[in-house]
Write a new protein. Sequence first.
Length: 224
Amino acid sequence: QSSASGADKPRPPRISADRRGVLLDFQTLQLDDLAFVKALRGCRQEVCSKRQLDHYERVYFANVDLQHNKLTGEGVRQLLNFLEALELHPRLIRLDHNLVRDDGLLHIIDFMQNSGLPIEQLHLSHNYLTERGVRPLFQALATHGAYPRSAPDGQFLPLWLRLEHNYISNTEQLLMEARRFGCSFCSISNKCVSQCRASRCANSDFSDDTTPKVHVVYIETQYE
């Protein structure tokens, strides 16, 4: 018979793999930074055993799901260090519903700038980001040659970027600045129906010069 304390013990992270890469599933574990670092150490060997080399890109890919935890910028830094140490490149990073502030986003920007490969989806909604962190992200995307990314069918696709429910003020002004930086975008509003998805852009084509660099999704919806 299990004890009450055993019944309340949180599940361990789920580590699996498919043709898209290793899945690191830490969602809804309510981990703070210290607990997250401990969890990373505990699953390191399992992650290494499930890496599969993408023979086209010659790299190991990962999808990281950390939604609904209690991570700050330090947790983000530890995650990116972990991925670098294991030579894993993230296709998807879900950090929505955490405690991430602008310093955490700056760690992600540094990671992106040091990688020649694109992140396909970056979920940062329901955090504590401001325009001071998001502005450098648009600046970095404007000059990064991997965005928009090349899809298997030969088309180009923007980064899928979720930034709603943060503390970004004057989002219209911020998007105007992004355009001046040279960061082309496809804006998706919750006030209208869009045909765009993470795997499809209504404005994409077979040229990286005319395809937007980023899907900006629901950015007008912010906390007061």
